[in-house]
Every structure is written in C-alpha cells, then in structure tokens.
Ligand binder design. Structure first.
Ligand SMILES: Nc1nc2c(ncn2[C@@H]2O[C@H](COP(=O)(O)OP(=O)(O)OP(=O)(O)O)[C@@H](O)[C@H]2O)c(=O)[nH]1
Ligand SMILES: [Mg+2]
Length: 324
C-alpha cells in the first residue's frame, strides 16, 4: 500500500522548507513523490522542490480543498502510474484546509500516515485568528512549531499553550459518530524545517483514523478573512534595490510574497521569499520563466492600489487580481 503525508500550515510557515530539509534527509532510500498545491494559478514552490526531489507535481489552481478534488485525485493517479512511488508527500497551499485532501487520499486507497501542520513560532500572533489557520491546526495530528530560532522560550511556551486550546476547539470530528478524526496529536519543534525523524514514524496507528469520516466544517471563501492574491509580472531592468524597497514598504494586510525576479545587478534570477516582514533571497540559476511576484493577503486590493502608485513597475504589464 502506498503511504502518504499531508503537510499543511498557513502562508510562509515553512512547509516547503520542511520538504527540502527533512524529507530528503529521512527518505533518501525510498521512492517518493511530492505534490504541491499553490494558491492561485502561478506557482514557484515546484521550481524549488525539483532541485531536491525528482518527482514533483504541481497542482497550481485555486484551492484544492474546495474546487479541485477531481484534479487533485487525477494528479495523484497520474503520479502513481508514472513513478510508482512508495510514499507521497502533499504540500497544501497555505490558504487551504487539509481535511478534504486527507479524504481524497483515503478514497484513493492511500494510507495517510500523518497530517503535519507547520506553525510559524515567530509570526503565529499575526495569523492565529484566521479561520483557515485554525482549521489547519484542528485537522492535523502532528504539529511542528517551526522557526524556533526566531523566538525565546517564553514565546515558544505561549504558542504551545495556544495550540492546545485551538486543538480542543477546532478538532475535526466525524459528523456521524461525533468522535475526533485524529484521537491523538503530538507537538514537535523545528528550525529550518528540520524535524525529529519520529514525525514520520507514525504517532498513531492508521486504525485510529476513521474511514470515510465526514467533515464537520466547510471552508467558506466569502468569509471576511478570506485570502486573495495578485500577481505582478515585472520588467527586466529592475535593480535589486527596487525589489528590496518594495518589500520594505508592504502594508500589513499583505502577508506573503514570493516569486522569481531578474535584476540588472545580479547575474542569476532571484527567488524572493517574504513572510510577515521577513525576507530572504536565493539565486535560482536554472529558472527560465517570467520575472514575477505573487502577493497574498487579506483584502489585498486595498494595499495593492497604493503600492502600484508608489512602485510603477508593478503595473508592467499587468497587476492582476485573482480570486481563489
Ligand atoms: N529563520 C527561519 N526562517 C525559516 C525557517 N523555516 C523557513 N524559513 C523561511 O521562511 C520563508 C517561507 O518558507 P517556505 O518553506 O517557503 O514556507 P511555506 O509554508 O512553504 O510557504 P507557502 O507555500 O507560500 O505557504 C522562507 O524564506 C524560509 O527560508 C526557520 O526555521 N527559521
Ligand atoms: Mg510552500
């Protein structure tokens, strides 16, 4: 039987980093496939993941949790037919909930060994009231508190206590039996997505998972904290300073920016990674796609208009709004 892990967690918490730094490390002797779902129809995670994992499938449209069960399931079947993986890892988009993916995998006869929710220790307070984030924690049986290098002991304890509370309130239940879908959960801590190998060794037996459980909650994209995104395709003659200035000037409602940008002063394309005020850049020599940035946040059109005024290159040739 093929087994699988679902990696969930809010925008920019470190899901891809965990796939890069832990999965490769612990599963080098196994045939693995990675499926990554990006928010919106433009994706960059697969570009990064293909450097480390050979079989990567990107399902890059909208939100798999709501509209794309069919596309997700055919993607899984395709990857199984082509590569015959022993283990499948699914990174869900930071804006979707894990439960429908868990159900889809089970429906395809794939054992779900764990639903891992990555939590950002530093930025938890910035996103912990978002309803999607709460159901991501509620729908997981393994919690990985990541970015512990950026917080002190006290903050870490507070985050842990809050997770325990959220877990009580948002635990996914089987509507037929009223029983929680995952009876147990365990919290781990990580830096740069490097987790204890125990995370993948099954903290519960698959029998604990109730087959054909029904979801007690439906994700509502019209809710006031719904996330939206804009994609900006950029001209070729930008300098690194232009990009850096833009990322310093982002309004609070834009949580996450990622993309690949060519600048006139750095030879290789730059992979840009911004989450809640923290920015990192990495050169990506093999990138051949367009120069672009994806902006994700709540009510993003508000901040985007004034941003485009201040940074006219954002309107080249379009700065388009996409609804999930
Ligand atoms: N300091 C620090 N930075 C981290 C850590 N883990 C990840 N990051 C950084 O956080 C940013 C986001 O990481 P990703 O792995 O892309 O996050 P993600 O959850 O896959 O993001 P989305 O797929 O866009 O939701 C990157 O710049 C990472 O380098 C960590 O433990 N410590
Ligand atoms: Mg990612």
């Amino acid at each position: 039987m093929i087994s699988s892990f679902v990696i969930t967690g809010f925008l920019g918490v470190g899901k891809t980093t965990l796939l890069l730094n832990s999965v490769k490390k612990y599963f080098s002797d196994k045939k693995i496939a990675v499926i990554v779902n990006e928010f919106g129809d433009v994706g960059v995670d697969s570009q990064i993941l293909t450097n480390v994992h050979s079989e990567v499938l990107e399902i890059s449209e909208g939100c798999i949790c709501c509209q794309l069960a069919q596309e997700f399931e055919s993607g899984v079947i395709e990857i199984i037919d082509k590569y015959h993986p022993e283990i499948i890892f699914v990174e869900t988009s930071g804006a979707s909930e894990p439960f429908p993916i868990f159900m889809s995998l089970q429906n395809l006869g794939i054992a779900v060994e764990g639903v891992i929710c990555v939590v950002d220790a530093k930025n938890f307070d910035n996103y912990k009231n978002n309803s999607t984030a709460l159901y991501q924690i509620g729908g997981a049986n393994i919690i990985v508190i990541n970015k512990i290098d950026l917080v002190d002991e006290e903050k870490l304890k507070n985050v842990e206590a809050e997770i325990a509370e959220i877990k009580e309130r948002y635990n996914i239940k089987n509507t037929l039996t009223g029983e929680p879908v995952f009876k147990n959960y365990k919290i781990y801590k990580a830096k740069q997505g490097v987790v204890d190998p125990e995370v993948f060794e099954g903290v519960y037996t698959p029998d604990d998972v109730i087959r054909l459980a029904s979801d007690s909650h439906h994700h509502d994209h019209t809710a006031k904290d719904a996330l939206t995104q804009k994609v900006a395709y950029l001209p070729a003659d930008l300098s690194f300073a232009d990009i850096d200035a833009l990322l310093q000037a982002l309004p609070d409602n834009i949580y996450r920016v990622k993309g690949v940008v060519r600048t006139k002063d750095i030879p290789n394309p730059l992979f840009v990674n911004y989450a809640f005020g923290d920015v990192s850049y990495e050169e990506l020599p093999d990138y051949e796609g367009k120069s672009m940035l994806i902006f994700i946040g709540e009510s993003i059109e508000k901040g985007a208009a004034s941003l485009a005024k201040k940074f006219p290159f954002l309107s080249f040739p379009q700065f388009s709004l996409q609804k999930p």
